[in-house]
Design a protein around this ligand. Structure first.
Ligand code: BGC
Length: 761
């Protein structure tokens, strides 16, 4: 008996050896063979990610091991060692590489780069590409295979909690910035995940909200930036969004993920869910959402069960597994890249410091209050945030940075003397960082006697106002307006300093739009510094001192007030119902702006609305000042191969070197469809122009991109007729135009993503 048992064991070993000898190990060119060799359990394992928060005591040792790879990474693709599939690591962005330090382990600090909103304010695709390249290098050196960035949703409303992570209210600017970012990161041979596809424009009830959007607004506004980046950069992965679009979860929508993304735009990469997004794993599989992140073992069990009971076709699973494996074989981990865990943090700090200055927007500069003159030696620094700068927003877009340079430190680093008494008062003030969950900073009431002291003893004042927002929760309206204390502060400081003939500069350390109209007359200068990453205070000081000349322009409109946005009628402003990220309900149309949000404004988002209605704005889209001035020559135009090419000479007519962002808006002739008065169709930025120097900027528009989407015929329609191409310094500052005759054209596409019957007008 004993002999027999041994004999059986030996036979089994031989069998297993001979089976495993036949099992293919993953290579670039044997994906089909590997899929054939995989069990359904292994396929399900691969699809559902590495179960970040569901660490299962009984999980296989190789899966447990994979949890230790790159601590703090948001997700992983499960390894399947039997067929040679390694664990692939997915880490957050966009403002850097979002991994966490682990006590006793290597130094896992990551460079905190400027928020995306600042990057798009540079209007400089070369700069953004360079930042992307550096972020990608850092991620790769920490062992990351795919960076979960950039986020490219549209700034539909100023109170969306995650606008700081997004680029713009305009899809062309967002799309081109995304191209630059993706090209930069992917030049390191690591992947990106462009997110959140699509229409993820509010955080309230974000996992369940049903965005009710016309197919025209989808095509022209909410999908456009994704279309641009997919066609121009082929990001390795796309992350589907949490929300529903016209009743269907984005991650479960074949119309979105297959018909539009793959069939129409030719996307070849992998699609993953946002973390725990959607409700029905089988529906996600069928829709073409290849990966379910971060994955639970229940989801894996559902896939296995679905295949076994015939409700989920294994061919669908295989198709998705193939796309995952096509991703895996491109990764550094698969290629055996030996990462250093030691990126060049010093060099990266220099990149963030320099790039941040180019995205800061000088909103006001009366009588050349800035840059500081040699007389401005002693500065009274007001506003609690001056001493404690916000480097970025909260949530998954936050970065575990090594430090943040405050404005205080930034000024000191440039030998500017900051009033120590004012500093001591602020530093002694025990301000709660958070009021409730709004992250609203609690500004300290400032006694006028102290301001009088400050005005007597200093050459000028700087006040910083700050705002921080983030994932899971939208901003509230009181976050948009200055608080009473802040208003008092700017009123009293400007009055008292002006009485002493001294100037006051306001710095806005914010992640999104705030109200400026009611107080902007008071200070002499306003610098919108955004949240500029870990070197923020140094970057601001570079601009204040004139070491850097600001060249940022607004990627969104600063309205007079919140209700001027049409979308304010349909956005969860100060919504009392508390449904946030983790709540999932069935499809319900119960609570407006929570369960469902009607995008009633259609395509009239941002300047498309303000400019068409000719509403007064505080600062228009595309606006920003410089320490120098620019003159635009007369534009010329030619047509070549379906493109309209406008050229304009831009000359630096001031006294210091500077860069200018040049915009091209197009006014279409009247046609069948209602259109915005103008739309941004191209942009460019000069190099650093010395005083007196000029440069020809070339702005090209393909005539296909003049089309609007006609819902009745499901077609992109370019009306024939006379189009005006306007070269401008902002959406409200035209500098010259040319008229071009365009022939009509029509391009039919699929009739998909229509409004649900209950919402059809
Ligand atoms: C966010 C994504 C992020 C993911 C992983 C989600 O909550 O919406 O942007 O990439 O978490 O951290």
């Amino acid at each position: 008996m004993k002999m027999k048992l041994i004999g059986f064991a030996a036979a089994a070993m031989v069998a297993s050896v001979s089976v495993s000898a036949k099992v293919p190990k993953l290579k670039v060119n044997n994906i089909d063979a590997v899929i054939k060799a995989m069990t359904i359990e292994e396929k399900a394992d691969l699809i559902v990610g590495a179960r970040m928060y569901h660490q299962d005591e009984n999980a296989a040792p190789h899966i447990k091991e994979s949890w230790k790879v790159v601590p703090g990474a948001a997700g992983r693709i499960n390894p399947v060692p039997r067929v040679g599939i390694p664990c692939v690591v997915l880490s957050d962005g966009p403002a850097g590489c979002g991994i966490l330090p682990v006590e006793g382990e290597e130094n896992y600090f990551c460079t905190h780069f400027p928020i995306e909103t600042l990057l798009s304010s540079t209007w400089d695709v070369d700069l953004v590409r360079n930042v992307g390249e550096v972020i990608g290098n850092e991620a790769k050196e920490y062992g990351v295979d795919v960076l979960l960035a950039p986020a490219i949703n549209i700034h539909r409303h100023p109170l969306c909690g995650r606008n700081f992570e997004y680029f713009s209210e305009d899809p062309l600017l967002a799309g081109k910035m995304a191209v630059a970012y993706v090209d930069g990161v992917q030049s390191n041979d690591i992947g990106t995940s462009v997110k959140h596809f699509a229409v993820n424009n509010q955080e309230t009830n974000r996992m369940n909200n049903n965005a009710i959007v016309s197919s025209r607004a989808l095509r022209e506004i909410y999908l456009k930036a994704f279309e641009i980046v997919v066609k121009e950069s082929q990001p390795w992965t796309i992350m589907s969004s949490y929300n529903r679009i016209n009743d269907v979860y984005a991650s479960e929508s074949p119309e979105l993920i297959t018909t539009i993304l793959r069939d129409e735009w030719g996307y070849k990469g992998t699609v993953m869910t946002d973390w725990w997004g959607g409700a029905d794993g089988a529906a996600q599989m069928i829709a073409g959402n290849d990966m379910i992140e971060p994955g639970t073992k229940e989801q894996a069990a559902h896939i296995i069960k679905g295949v076994k009971n015939g409700t989920l076709d294994e061919a669908v699973v295989d198709r998705n597994v193939r796309r995952i494996l096509e991703l895996v074989v491109r990764t550094p981990r698969f290629k055996g890249y030996k990462y250093s865990n030691n990126p060049d943090m010093k060099a990266h700090a220099t990149v963030t410091r320099q790039s941040a200055t180019e995205g800061m927007v000088l909103l006001k500069n009366e009588k050349q209050a800035l840059p500081l003159s040699p007389k401005d030696k002693n500065i009274a620094l007001f506003g609690g945030v001056s001493y404690n700068f916000f480097s970025g927003g909260t949530g998954s877009g936050d970065i575990h940075r090594p430090y943040v340079v405050s404005l205080l430190d930034g000024l000191k680093n440039q030998q500017i003397v900051v009033d120590d008494n004012i500093k001591a008062i602020y530093q002694a003030y025990n301000r709660p960082q958070e009021q409730g969950e709004q992250m609203r900073i609690n500004e300290m009431p400032m006694d006028t006697a102290i301001i009088k002291y400050a005005a007597k003893n200093n050459d000028m004042a700087i006040i910083t106002f700050g705002r921080i927002s983030g994932e899971y929760i939208d901003r509230v309206s009181s976050d948009f307006f200055l608080s009473d204390t802040e208003r008092e502060l700017v009123k009293n400081v400007t009055r008292i300093f002006h009485e002493a003939n001294k100037k006051v500069v306001v710095v806005l350390n914010v992640g999104g739009v705030i109200e400026t109209q009611s107080w902007k007359e008071m200070p002499d200068a306003i610098l919108l510094s955004w949240q500029a990453g870990q070197e923020g205070g140094n970057s601001v000081a570079d601009i204040l001192t004139g070491n850097a000349n600001p060249s940022g322009k607004l990627p969104m409109t600063f309205p007079v007030t919140l209700s001027d946005h049409w979308s304010s009628l349909n956005f969860p402003i100060d919504q009392k119902i508390d449904r946030r990220w983790s709540v999932k309900t069935g499809l319900t149309h119960e609570t407006k702006n929570v369960d469902y949000t009607i995008y009633d404004e259609g395509i009239y988002v941002g300047y498309r609305w303000f400019d068409t209605r000719n509403l007064q704005v505080s600062y228009p889209f595309g606006y920003g000042l410089s320490y120098t001035t620019f003159e635009y020559g007369k534009p010329s135009v030619k047509q070549d191969n379906g493109k309209v090419i406008v050229e304009v000479t831009v000359k630096n007519t001031g006294k210091v070197a500077g860069k200018e962002a040049v915009q091209l808006y197009v006014e279409a002739p009247a046609g069948k469809l209602d259109k915005p008065v103008h739309e941004l169709k191209a942009f460019g930025k000069t190099k650093m122009l010395q005083p007196g120097e000029s440069q020809v900027i070339t702005l090209a528009v393909h005539t296909d991109d003049l089309a609007s989407f006609d819902e009745q015929t499901s077609a992109w329609v370019t009306d024939g007729g006379r189009y005006k191409f306007v070269v401008a310094a902002s959406s409200r500052d035209p500098r010259g135009d040319v008229i071009v005759d365009i022939s009509p054209s029509t391009r039919k596409v699929n009739n998909v993503l229509n409004l649900p019957a209950a919402f059809k007008k």
